[in-house]
Design a protein around this ligand. Structure first.
Ligand code: NAD
Length: 499
């Protein structure tokens, strides 16, 4: 299948300042001539370039964020003023949702139908944090047993470095940026080098919302720039989404200066299919794991646990269903599955198929580039059966449209298998019995549990147990990650509290 994709300069949506960097809320010349090439995963061709931020750009962004935090107005603005700015960014993002979705599809190959749905919610995330901020208790006056008062205040944590991956570039960025700005922090955002374009649109919105100078910068760059940002003494907190390996590295670097960290890392989430639900009722929830983002989502339910005597029935159903999924041009509204995001992902998924075969798992369907697609990082939805939870394909995050089916004999055994993982991000029960689902969900060692599919609602706390991360995003818990608590002892209530 041949696809044509316009060069960025001819595209229907494009950043207004593609050859600048957004540092200290202004479009500026980059420090070097280095460029990031945008490779379209449908055609494997370079479709655009933007400047790569280098160490000098990172220094400039952190210095501006530091000055804006230490002596600028943003951390001291009233709740009403900050919430007002967040709502203005939300409004502007909503008017640019089409551009966000289109550029995301161009860079990462996820179907435009999917990226449109997610991009529409980006404005909502800013509104959500405006609401959470307005309801937050930022000063709690407590009477001391020894007499007098303690005022426990929530203070913005400082300069925040927000580092995000390529799999949902704008969505993962706004979750961090909205919460940090709501708390009164200043922010340096580091998008993945493969997917920097959406951040340009976010910057245009923040520029138009007229936030104080230095509150927000973007430094899209490679590992060296990112590592420099993490090590920078001017950064008080790193909020990171990405692989567990990088998260461990960042945590160890931050330990040196006890910088605060929130880590949203990998997953190998399990879906336990209970005996009361028909296989066909499970189908939409299972298919959802390989469609949309081509399995490149942290919450993908990549381990499907099915009663041993129903395995054959599920194999037959899923073999048929996976081979019917509409794979193709991600800009076609009928397309259900696009491409993997890049060559490195394509190679990784192929390698795991080889590992699964070598481990003796049964390849039920998929396992390769689909017929007729000789260009682009297309990969057929894949199911392995006969999988033991000790196999690498059951323990390691593949991050592609590859599910493994694991048999169980008792529900207790299914819970034990689900929990036997280095990860603990998400999980799901497939059942019509919500009471049974609740009881079993309480036994799963994961940050969230869905019913009959994966569920991610970023107005609720989201995050991982075990090696899936530390901290939460979404809800009041997400905002709390950008505050430090301070306890102020006073003999009497200050006038500001009495008024
Ligand atoms: P990655 O860790 O390779 O890269 C993520 C980001 O970190 C990128 O911006 C990258 O440039 C930067 N980076 C890489 N090495 C660095 C270093 N040494 N120091 C500082 N920064 C560095 O991850 P990836 O492969 O791009 O992303 C996929 C991973 O993200 C998967 O494991 C997925 O599960 C995870 N993820 C987690 C969540 C969540 O909320 N838990 C959400 C989405 C993705």
């Amino acid at each position: 299948m041949q696809m044509t994709v316009p060069y960025l300069s001819d595209a229907p949506f494009q950043p207004a300042h593609p050859q600048s960097l957004f540092i200290a809320n202004r479009w500026v010349q980059p420090a070097s001539a280095e460029q990031l090439e945008i490779v379209c995963p449908m055609t494997e061709e370079v479709v655009g370039e933007v400047p790569a931020a280098v160490v000098a750009d990172v220094d400039r962004a952190v210095a501006a964020a530091r000055a804006a935090f230490d002596s600028g107005p943003w951390p001291k603005t009233s709740v009403a003023e900050r919430a007002g700015k967040l709502r203005e960014i939300a409004r502007l993002l909503k008017t640019r949702a089409d551009a966000l979705a289109w550029l995301w599809t161009l860079e990462a190959g996820a179907p435009n139908m999917f990226t449109s749905r997610v991009s529409e919610n980006c404005g909502m995330i800013f509104e959500h944090y405006a609401d959470v901020l307005e309801k937050a208790c930022l000063v709690d006056a407590r009477q001391r047993a020894a007499g007098g008062y303690a005022l426990v205040t929530q203070e913005p944590i400082g300069v925040v470095a927000a580092i995000v991956p390529w799999n949902a570039p704008i969505f993962l960025a706004v979750i961090k940026v909205a919460a940090a700005l709501a708390a009164g922090c200043t922010v340096v955002l580091k998008p993945a080098p493969e997917t920097p374009l959406d951040a340009y649109i976010l910057a245009e919105c923040i520029e138009a919302a007229d936030l104080p100078e230095g509150t927000f910068s973007i430094v899209a760059g490679g590992r060296e720039a990112s590592d420099h940002l993490v090590r920078h003494p001017g950064v008080d907190k790193v909020t990171f989404t990405g692989s567990t390996a990088t998260g461990k590295h960042i945590m160890s670097v931050c330990a040196d200066r006890v910088a605060r960290v929130t880590l949203e890392l990998g997953g190998k989430s399990a879906a336990i299919v209970l005996d009361d639900i028909a296989p066909t009722d499970c189908l939409p929830g299972i298919l959802g794991q390989v469609m949309g983002n081509c399995g490149q989502a942290c919450v993908t339910l990549s381990r499907i646990l099915v009663q041993r005597d129903r395995i054959a029935e599920f194999e037959e159903m899923l073999e048929h269903a996976f081979s019917q999924v509409r794979l193709g041009d991600p800009f076609d509204p009928a397309t259900q599955i696009g491409t993997l995001a890049m060559e490195r992902q394509f190679d990784k998924v192929n390698e795991y198929v080889r590992i699964g075969r070598d481990e003796g798992a049964k390849l039920v369907v998929g396992g390769a580039r689909p017929a007729g697609f000789d260009r682009g990082y297309f990969f057929a939805p894949t199911l392995f059966s006969g999988v033991d939870n000790a196999m690498r394909i059951a323990r390691e995050e593949i991050f592609g449209p590859v599910l493994v089916m694991i048999p169980y004999d008792t529900v207790d055994e299914a819970v034990a298998i689900a929990n036997d993982s280095p990860y603990g991000l998400h999980g799901a029960l497939f059942t019509h019995d919500a009471d049974r689902a609740y009881a079993l969900a309480r036994q799963l060692r994961t940050g969230s549990v869905g019913l009959n599919g994966n569920t991610m609602d970023l107005t609720m706390p989201f995050g991982g147990w075990k090696q899936s991360g530390i901290g939460r995003e979404g809800g009041p818990e997400g905002l709390a990650g950008f505050f430090e608590e301070k306890t102020i002892y006073l003999p009497s209530m200050p006038a500001a509290m009495v008024a």
